[in-house]
Design a protein around this ligand. Structure first.
Ligand SMILES: C[S@@+](CC[C@H](N)C(=O)[O-])C[C@H]1O[C@@H](n2cnc3c(N)ncnc32)[C@H](O)[C@@H]1O
Length: 214
């Protein structure tokens, strides 16, 4: 695993076996904000708990940016990962973050697996160490951040079975967000019942997918 600097100055990891990065090389921070964080509606009433499920915790960078950029929301964040990164690597990633984000990042990566933990007064996290292919959702969600390696290298996690399971776990009007806009992914999401929108992407990416449970 290799730490690399992306075009907006933020860092990501490169998975040497899949030869893919954890985030966009055109800007890791820009991509996460553009595709995931900025698509969580600011119109939600602060009294309501917003439930987000992230598929692929990885470095915890998406989790961090959700936590620090949506402080006005009361968030329950569940995330699944089947290949937990070693602490040594996460500490190296932490050192690339702006100083003011490092404390909260430390809390996120140190939060126990398989237990609900409080990161701050309006951000609860539940990190599940499991495989999405066998996972049975215990809860319902407003948003799913689908952040797996690409269908080219991991076709087994872009399947009808997984997307149907996610569809069933979402509330009505719930939204799945993912960085790819591959025709094959759109088709499977459609088959699973989603209304699929292809939206303009961040730098380096023409489109991304926003799929709604109607
Ligand atoms: C593209 S990276 C995601 C990056 C992550 N969101 C972040 O902010 O660092 C994909 C992640 O999904 C994990 N993953 C791959 N297959 C999985 C599976 N079947 N179940 C759970 N996690 C999986 C990988 O180990 C990797 O950490």
């Amino acid at each position: 695993m290799e730490l690399i600097k992306t075009l907006d100055g933020s860092y990501t990891l490169k998975h040497l076996h899949f030869n893919e990065t954890y985030h966009s090389i055109f800007g890791a921070r820009t991509e996460t904000m553009y595709i995931f964080v900025n698509n969580v509606s600011p119109l939600i009433d602060v009294k309501d708990v917003v439930k987000i499920f992230e598929v692929g915790f990885g470095t915890g960078f998406n989790t961090l940016l959700t936590c620090v950029n949506l402080p006005h929301l009361n968030i329950y964040y569940e995330t699944i990962e089947n290949n937990i990164l070693p602490d040594e690597l996460l500490q190296k990633f932490k050192a690339t973050l702006p100083y003011e984000e490092q404390n909260i990042y430390e809390k996120i990566i140190k939060a126990q697996w398989n237990s609900v933990e409080l990161i701050n007064s309006n951000f609860k996290i539940y990190k599940v160490n499991a495989d999405i292919k066998n996972y049975s959702f215990l809860d319902n969600f407003h948003y799913v951040f689908y952040d797996m390696f690409s269908p080219n290298v991991q076709p087994d996690v872009w399947t009808f079975e997984i997307f149907k399971k996610i569809y069933d776990a979402l509330y009505k009007n719930g939204v799945l967000l993912t960085y790819t806009s591959k025709g094959q992914v759109k088709r499977i999401l459609n088959e699973a019942g989603f209304k699929v929108q292809r939206l303009m992407g961040p730098p380096g990416k023409r489109h991304f997918i926003r799929a709604v449970k109607i």
